[in-house]
Write a protein that binds this ligand. Structure first.
Ligand SMILES: [Zn+2]
Length: 328
């Protein structure tokens, strides 16, 4: 029995050391892949991170698992986007009895209200005005019918590098509140990450400037890029039905084709999680070009081009601008 008691002693020592290691780290849960990546950059090896909705997964239709409930119950910090993006989070929070620190990353960010007028460029074309009117009517219908809608505010605020500075500051401040002993470490991480965001911002602004504002018109499979449009003066058109949840009617498709022709739009894009058949049909009927996939509500898998938040921002802008340059 000597061997066996030696073995249990070893197992016990091993378990104790892993428990000590885990206990040393701040336990953090992030709601989805974008926030998971940002939180990992800020928390480094001082946190044990769990991300609930992973790469290429749709946060809108997520159903929390019993494992998620257990994970959240044991966590010190929970990071969410807010703005009604994670419709399932309140129930998860309640069933887990979470007692830690809850961070709404978008708090204080510059948020797009859905009743705002986003298109301020001057167009004297009557056809354009008519299309804009129809587009807005569609947006209203889209909000009522579509599971993708999130409320009166556009939740996809992470697509703005200016907003992401707010996200970074909110998340970093929460890590420091929950784990003050590592304050200096978190502050160094925060400064380093903000510097990367600034460097990327400069590069992307220079890249976008190579295409005139009037040419920055694209069709996208659904409306998740309002912030990219605002920051970089892209005009994104994403009519009803063009998403993963709904089938558009023949009238929707006909309207979209008229819009593409009237506005002389030459580039079409789809998202990482949507069906591209309709986009292809519109391409055939209008001569607009299918420009590829953009990443909106989730990062890509590790072996794909948008595996981190910064890579996603860079990939989306590079893809948009490269395609628009081809059709200039
Ligand atoms: Zn969304």
């Amino acid at each position: 029995m000597k061997l066996s008691s030696k073995f249990s002693g070893f197992v016990l020592a091993f378990l104790c050391s892993s428990l000590t290691l885990a206990a040393d780290k701040l336990s953090v849960v992030a709601s989805f892949s974008v926030l998971g990546d940002i939180t990992k950059e800020l928390g480094g090896d001082k946190i044990a991170l769990t991300t609930l909705v992973g790469p290429n997964q749709d946060s809108h239709v997520y159903s929390p698992t019993p494992f998620d409930v257990q994970t959240l119950a044991k966590s010190d910090v929970m990071v969410i986007n807010g703005l009604s993006f994670e419709g399932w989070i309140t129930r998860l929070e309640q069933s887990s009895g979470f007692k830690g620190l809850r961070v709404v990353a978008s708090k204080g960010a510059d948020i797009i209200e859905f009743n705002e007028e986003h298109h301020e460029e001057e167009h004297d074309d009557e056809e354009y005005e008519k299309n804009e009117h129809e587009k807005h009517q569609q947006s209203a219908a889209h909000k009522d019918q579509d599971e993708h809608s999130h409320g009166d505010q556009d939740p996809h605020a992470w697509h703005s590098l200016a907003n992401i500075r707010v996200y970074i500051n909110n998340i970093s401040a929460a890590l420091i509140t929950a784990d003050a002993a590592n304050k200096d470490y978190y502050q160094v991480k925060r400064q380093a990450y903000l510097a990367k965001v600034d460097a990327l911002g400069k590069r992307l602004a220079a890249k976008v400037a190579t295409v005139p504002v009037a040419q920055r018109q694209v069709i996208i499979s659904h409306d998740a890029f309002g912030y990219l449009g605002r920051d970089y003066h892209f005009s994104f058109l994403a009519p009803v039905g063009l998403n993963t949840q709904m089938k558009p009617s023949a009238a929707d498709v006909a309207l979209l084709i008229r819009q593409v022709k009237a506005q002389n739009i030459k580039a079409l894009f789809v998202e990482n999680v949507s069906d591209d058949r309709l986009i292809k049909q519109i391409g055939r009927e209008t001569g607009a070009k299918l420009g590829g996939h953009l990443y909106s509500d989730a990062l890509s898998a590790k072996n794909e081009p948008a595996a981190t938040y910064l890579k996603m921002m860079e990939y989306n802008i590079d893809t948009l601008i490269d395609e628009l340059q081809k059709v200039l």
